[in-house]
Ligand binder design. Structure first.
Ligand SMILES: NC(=O)C1=CN([C@@H]2O[C@H](COP(=O)(O)OP(=O)(O)OC[C@H]3O[C@@H](n4cnc5c(N)ncnc54)[C@H](OP(=O)(O)O)[C@@H]3O)[C@@H](O)[C@H]2O)C=CC1
Ligand SMILES: Nc1nc(=O)c2c([nH]1)NC[C@@H]1CN(c3ccc(C(=O)N[C@@H](CCC(=O)O)C(=O)O)cc3)C=[N+]21
Ligand SMILES: [Mg+2]
Length: 284
């Protein structure tokens, strides 16, 4: 038996088309969603990601601005850019591409983004809203993961979900969203003992550790849904997930590929958050 492949790329395309159509209608009423992306320095991977976001904004019909700042930008200068964007009425969403150069404190910069424009959902206030269950812009990758699980026909309620990884941008928020969906949630990390025994109990296994193909078939319960968040560039130039896809394909019930799984959903959710922020500001 072979797992059902969860086609994130195709699902993201469907979501983008819905957003594009809604944007067309909003524009007739004078509402143009706007996203500002800030990139500091010349990291090649970040430059590619930012280029993708810009391209997708154009495709949606959004107003899009990219602020490319030099590596030696000071924290003060970056905070001034964010303050300007907070005041800019054409901008409904602000994303500061991570990682930032080492001389800049990421936390200070993320804290400075107005909560209503925090389309990444990374700020302390957005994170607090997520934990409490208040209306907020959800972090894109975790929101995309929930959408993929739903569209794979799996209801997390009552299921055992195991999340491997506890970063602030993926592991922790996806665990919170799964809890909100009434799953029973276990979070594993680099200090977890006996991880194989825990992971192999999961009905839903979410892996976000940044280690290429680290999770093999022994971690997967037969029939489980496996969500691979990892995006790792191999020396060959190819991309690999954190899950050994080929090895897990005939154990899992459903699995996301890399590329073409979670990654495209992250961008679709970013567009959705920008649209949401624009609608909220216009009161529609
Ligand atoms: N597709 C997408 O849209 C996105 C993909 N990513 C990708 O997801 C992956 C994870 O990203 P991110 O969350 O930022 O990563 P971080 O490096 O911030 O966090 C990694 C987490 O994994 C844990 N970990 C590392 N190694 C192991 C291990 N061998 N066993 C168990 N736990 C382990 C760490 O534990 P500890 O806390 O103990 O150190 C940590 O909590 C990366 O490949 C990244 O590129 C990230 C964001 C978006
Ligand atoms: N402020 C901020 N917000 C982020 O959301 C953010 C960030 N910084 N820094 C980096 C990580 C990483 N991330 C990805 C998004 C899409 C793909 C994606 O679309 N991947 C494609 C492949 C792309 C390729 O070919 O390289 C796929 O998996 O199919 C990957 C990774 C967002 N991040
Ligand atoms: Mg990180």
């Amino acid at each position: 038996m072979s797992a059902k492949v969860i086609e994130g790329k195709r699902i993201a395309q469907e979501i983008r088309e819905e957003i594009r159509q809604e944007t067309e209608r909003l524009k007739e009423r004078g509402i143009v969603p706007g996203l500002a992306v800030v990139l500091v320095g010349g990291d090649p991977a970040s430059a590619v990601y930012v280029g993708n976001k810009e391209k997708t904004c154009k495709e949606m019909g959004f107003h899009s601005e990219v602020h490319r700042l030099p590596e030696e930008t000071t924290q003060e200068q970056l905070l001034a850019v964010v303050a300007d964007l907070n005041r800019n009425d054409a901008v409904h969403g602000i994303l500061v591409q991570l990682p930032l150069p080492k001389h800049i404190a990421e936390k200070a910069v993320i804290d400075a983004i107005a909560v209503e424009k925090d389309v990444d959902g990374f700020s302390p206030q957005s994170t607090g809203n997520l934990v409490i269950g208040d209306e907020s812009l959800l972090p894109c990758t975790p929101a995309g993961i929930i959408e993929l699980i739903r569209r794979a026909g799996v209801d997390p309620a009552g299921k055992h979900a195991v999340v491997i990884g506890r970063s602030n941008i993926v592991g922790k928020p996806v665990a919170m969203l799964l809890l909100r969906e009434n799953a029973t949630v276990t979070i594993c990390h680099s200090r977890t003992e006996n991880m194989e025994a825990i992971a192999s109990q999961a009905d839903i296994l979410v892996v976000a550790i940044g280690k290429p193909k680290a999770i093999g078939r022994r971690y997967v319960k037969p029939g489980a849904i496996v969500i691979d968040v990892g995006v790792n560039r191999l020396e060959s130039g190819k991309l690999a997930g954190d899950v050994d896809y080929d090895e897990c394909l005939d154990v899992a019930g459903a699995i996301t590929p890399v590329p073409g799984g979670v990654g495209p959903m992250t961008i679709a959710m970013l567009m959705q958050n920008t649209l949401k922020a624009a609608k909220r500001k216009a009161g529609v």
